[in-house]
Design a binder for this molecule. Structure first.
Ligand code: SAH
Length: 212
């Protein structure tokens, strides 16, 4: 349940953690101002929902830091018409943000328990499809995707994800090992791949053959 007392903390988070650090996409800021993060964290941690950090969720995973969610979403440059693939549903918080800012979201998660929980929290998001699957293979049935967001770290970007990215599409993924990772973006233009980096980050590992 959304907690009315936390609305102020949410607005403060957007101002202090996002705008002050340079998040400028108005639609992204609005989405983070609207989506109640407390609904996606463990009940005991609701009061910490707007803390400037990742928090533990079930299955030994984490809900990403709000700033990182905002930065990754901004990097996707969503106008509202996009077909999006997300790898690593986790709590479903990032999924809820993507759902507001794009036309359709396919979100993959390897833990069935997390998907079950996210399904309940995201029941009102009619443009979201949650699937229990190994996201390093992408989801061929619904490809190509205009945007791909990977919320778990890998040494290199799985080739299946690059293949399933539409021409002109954008992808964001944390690349590196368990010690050191960099949030990395890819723009695909025909045969050309334009790679860039954003900031250092720390994600749980993408547990899959290509990531080991
Ligand atoms: N953005 C999410 C972060 C989830 S953490 C949130 O804010 O809640 C990353 C998630 O990726 C974890 O739930 C983990 O189980 C999942 N994951 C890791 N490897 C995966 C894989 N190969 N396929 C699908 N999901 C994976």
């Amino acid at each position: 349940m959304e907690m009315p007392g936390l609305a102020l903390a949410r607005h403060k988070m957007v101002r202090d953690q996002l705008q002050r650090r340079g998040i400028h996409d108005a639609r992204v800021l609005e989405a983070l101002r609207d989506v109640p993060r407390e609904v996606f964290v463990l009940p005991d941690l609701a009061e910490q929902a707007y803390a400037d950090r990742a928090l533990p969720i079930d299955c030994g995973q984490t809900i990403s830091q709000p700033y990182i969610v905002a930065l990754m979403t901004q990097a996707l440059d969503l106008s509202g018409s996009e077909h999006v693939l997300e790898v690593g549903t986790g709590s479903g918080y990032q999924t809820a943000i993507l759902s507001r800012l794009s036309a359709h979201v396919v979100s993959l998660e390897r833990h069935a328990g997390l998907v079950e929980k996210a399904r309940r929290v995201l029941a009102d998001c009619e443009n979201v499809e949650l699937i229990v699957a190994d996201g390093s293979d992408g989801w061929e049935e619904r490809a190509p995707y205009d945007r791909i967001l990977v919320a778990a770290a890998s040494r290199s970007c799985p080739q299946a994800l690059i293949d399933q990215l539409a021409d002109g599409g954008r992808l964001v993924i944390p690349l590196g090992d368990s010690e050191s990772q960099v949030l990395t973006t890819l723009i695909k233009r025909g045969e050309q791949q334009i790679w860039d980096t954003l900031v250092a980050c720390r994600f749980v590992p993408l547990v899959a053959s290509e990531a080991r």
